[in-house]
Design a protein around this ligand. Sequence first.
Ligand code: DQA
Length: 147
Amino acid sequence: MPNVVYILNGPNLNLLGKREPEIYGHQTLDDVRDLCVAAAEEHGLQIIFRQTNAEHELVDWIQEAREAAHAVVINPAAYSHTSIAILDALNACPCPVIEVHVSNIHARESFRHHSYVSHRADAVIAGCGVEGYLLALRRIATLLESK
Ligand code: DQA
């Protein structure tokens, strides 16, 4: 049975490739999903890839991952900077968690510099564009192999 990785995406990431392409690039979330499927296959991982604009849905999915996932990759988008509920849900998750941001949040507005999720994340990848998701999957593969 392959290891299962939940890849969870927060608000407005459904507009990837359409909104602010100078910041987030031209690839869509469907492109990211395709890239992740290919990378997961290479690493022998199975992925569950989801996006929502609703904070409670992210919390529900993280609680689901707590039972069903071997690792979580999460781009909480704007909820990174606001959501203690998402942090609490991740704190209840025993598996590795990697936080991904397409843009470099530290080079942007000061309100983006702090992420609640980073308090829990085992690793944070920011500013690598959508390649960040692939780097996260590679790191997950390494972490799960060394277990
Ligand atoms: C983001 C960065 C967040 O600050 C922003 O609210 C997003 C996307 C990123 O991937 O760069 O929606 O998480």
